[in-house]
Write a protein that binds this ligand. Structure first.
Ligand SMILES: Cc1cc2nc3c(=O)[nH]c(=O)nc-3n(C[C@H](O)[C@H](O)[C@H](O)COP(=O)(O)O)c2cc1C
Ligand code: SF4
Ligand code: FES
Length: 618
């Protein structure tokens, strides 16, 4: 792509999609009609350039409307936001959901990730390949990493470009359903799935985080308020911001996004910075394979996230918050937009919230199919309109985060614990769970269990108890292994079901809770093939910025493909590949910039050393 603007023009649809987002161009300099007076005026440019943070949204607008982004559209987005077209191109090509090549209006993303593979996605893909040919944009179907609907695996996401674009999740799906979605359109095949489908416990007594899921209408502010909604915010506004932080500290709330970092420490250090403005970013990217707990909240109780963000913003002295939402969650997007609008209209968001004098705004930014954008500094680059590549730390987000300003990044589940803490008080909250892992916890149980879904339990129950809640291993088969914490987590054996599901309990047993994934594999699953899928995931999702990860993830996948296709034909070659895996794994762990590279070998290592997955091959 050339650095200069080419002659390519946007189509009328593309132009209209961008204009609807940012307004009609007011001069020829920014993509409008050239007028004689444009040659006599000078433009500062800086104010337009500062809207670079709209690049991702502008690309979404075009991709949604037309199905792909033409050179003319890239030019137009560049002109409108005063960004070189090569920059727009580099952003557009970073994200899997965008295409810079022509493709049909209807496209189905078929999940081939680990939970779906355990539930038959290979057969779905084989059937589709027979009917449509290999997956490609032109064929109308593509392989996809985890779509965050693992409880309905094998799953797919069907998209039809238009105004508005129509997106439907399919699951458990079949090749017949995918073909129908391509033939007659996603809307004719299925309606939006109810939020309760993800939450088998919906409506049960005693739930704290999931109590409203299925019990209130997620589109109704009235329902939310009637079910104690915004009472946590009222309590917070009665306290000083520092006191809110103190409460969260006393509750010992640890981050639920994977790193288990104390929320109050981030909040305190951000609030203590002199630089302003400060920002709050809610990480709703949820792309760790096997993870779908945040979606259950976003779809079942979206107002609770808005309430939580206003409290967190108040505590750290932020005026603006961003929800970075995974691009494949269309229903969450619609519900969050509604929750923001209604909350603003009724004084819970915006200027002078509930007459307190505190003002706070929330904007949504949609990701576009890049797992790495869930990393806390990659989110900043993505929101700012750059490629979603992680930044080196330090500086840490609390000192220089979004737009270079002090920023708190918190996961959805972490945040929705905050109104609960405000409501019941830190003492009662800290009594839930164990001394070091307090409060309720959501687990995403999927794979070969009878009732997959999101389960809420107090910290401290065992792995076996969570699997039992989900009905145990399905169809009378026996358990082969459980993956804890997602692709970046680790496998454990069936004789380790007594592992307590707490941060300290899993650590003491040399494994991890990660993002709360509990993925069960029965003895019908080909685990070496699952390992190849995990390796492929990391190779695909590596941003390529640092060598150990860029090269290491490729070498890891190659070695696992060799092992899994060779099997026990040549044990010596396999043993040497395992040695190679160890070397590469160690290099990635020790010297990658971010958590993706550092964790890319974890699951494979545990499968080999803990579960003995490749033993028969050596
Ligand atoms: C590759 C990678 C992907 C990540 N994806 C997510 C994600 O999708 N959601 C999330 O909350 N945290 C994710 N994280 C963790 C974030 O970097 C960060 O720790 C978290 O959002 C902080 O929120 P918490 O303290 O509330 O857990 C990811 C980390 C890495 C290294
Ligand atoms: S570790 Fe991987 S994903 Fe992270 S910055 Fe390096 S190349 Fe990018
Ligand atoms: S939706 Fe397929 S693995 Fe999650």
């Amino acid at each position: 792509m050339d650095l200069k603007f080419t002659d390519a023009e946007p189509s009328a649809d593309e132009r209209e999609a961008v204009d609807r987002l940012i307004g009609v161009a007011d001069s020829g300099w920014y993509g409008g009609e050239r007028a004689a007076e444009d040659h006599r005026r000078s433009f500062g440019g800086q104010s337009a350039r500062s809207r670079r943070d709209l690049v991702l949204e502008a690309l979404h607008a075009v991709n949604d409307r037309v199905g792909w982004i033409s050179p003319g559209a890239l030019n137009y987005v560049g002109r409108r936001l005063s960004i070189p077209p090569a920059d727009v191109y580099s952003v557009a090509t970073f994200y899997a959901l965008f295409s810079t090549h022509p493709r049909p209006r209807r496209i189905v993303h078929v999940c081939t990730d680990i939970a779906c593979e355990a539930k038959g996605s290979k057969q779905v893909c084989a059937d589709l390949e027979e009917r449509l040919g290999p997956p490609s944009a032109v064929a109308g179907w593509k392989h996809s990493p985890c779509l965050g609907i693992c409880e309905r695996s094998p799953a797919a996401l069907a998209v039809e470009a238009g105004d508005p674009a129509i997106e439907r999740t399919l699951g458990p799906t079949t090749s017949h359903e995918v073909l129908q979605a391509l033939e007659i359109g996603p809307a004719a095949v299925t309606s939006e799935a109810a939020a309760t489908m993800a939450v088998p416990q919906a409506g049960q007594d005693g739930l704290l985080l999931l109590q409203r899921v299925g019990a209130v209408d997620p589109e109704s502010l009235t329902d939310f308020v009637a079910a104690e909604g915004y009472s946590g915010l009222r309590r917070a506004l009665e306290l000083q911001p520092a006191k809110v932080v103190e409460e969260v500290k006393a509750a010992k709330l640890l981050g639920r996004g994977g790193a288990a970092f104390p929320a109050a420490v981030k909040w305190e250090s951000t609030a203590a910075q002199e630089a302003t403005p400060r920002y709050l970013v809610c990480n709703a990217d949820e792309s760790e394979p096997g993870t779908f707990k945040d979606r259950a909240i976003l779809e079942g109780d979206p107002f609770s996230l808005i309430e939580a963000m206003v409290i967190a913003g108040y505590a750290i002295g932020a005026e603006r918050g961003y929800i970075y939402l995974r691009g494949e969650y269309p229903r969450s997007l619609r519900l969050l937009r509604n929750a923001i609008e209604q909350s603003r209209a009724h004084g819970y968001l915006g200027e002078d919230i509930l007459g307190s004098g505190y003002s706070f705004e929330i904007e949504i930014r949609r990701g576009a199919g890049a797992y790495i954008c869930g990393e806390e500094t990659a989110i900043f680059n993505s929101i700012e309109g750059y490629r979603g590549e992680p930044r080196s730390k330090p500086p840490f987000p609390f000192e220089a985060g979004l737009f270079g300003k002090p920023t708190v990044v918190n996961n959805v589940e972490t945040l929705v614990n905050v109104p609960l803490i405000m409501r019941i008080g830190s003492t009662a909250y800290a009594e839930l769970g164990t001394g070091d892992s307090t409060g309720p916890k959501l687990f995403c149980v999927s794979g070969n269990v009878a009732r997959p879904g999101v389960y809420e339990v107090p910290f401290g129950v065992t792995l076996g108890e969570v699997l039992e809640l989900a009905g145990g291993v399905s169809q009378g088969n026996s358990l082969q292994a459980v993956l804890l914490g997602g692709a970046a987590g680790g496998f454990v054996r069936p004789d380790e079901l007594d592992i307590p599901l707490t941060f300290e309990g899993t650590r003491s047993r040399s494994t991890t809770l990660g993002s709360g994934v509990v993925l069960a594999f029965d003895d019908t699953v080909d685990l070496p093939s699952i390992l190849v899928r995990i390796a492929r995931f990391f190779r695909d999702e590596s941003c390529g910025q640092c060598v150990p990860c860029r090269v290491g993830t490729v070498r890891q996948e190659e070695a696992l493909v060799r092992i899994s296709t060779r099997r026990d034909d040549d044990p010596t070659a396999t043993a040497s590949d395992i040695l190679l895996l160890r070397d590469v794994g160690l290099a990635m762990k020790d010297s990658s910039i971010c958590g993706l590279g550092q964790a890319a070998w974890n699951a494979v290592e545990s499968a080999i050393d803990r579960v003995g997955v490749l033993e028969e091959s050596t």
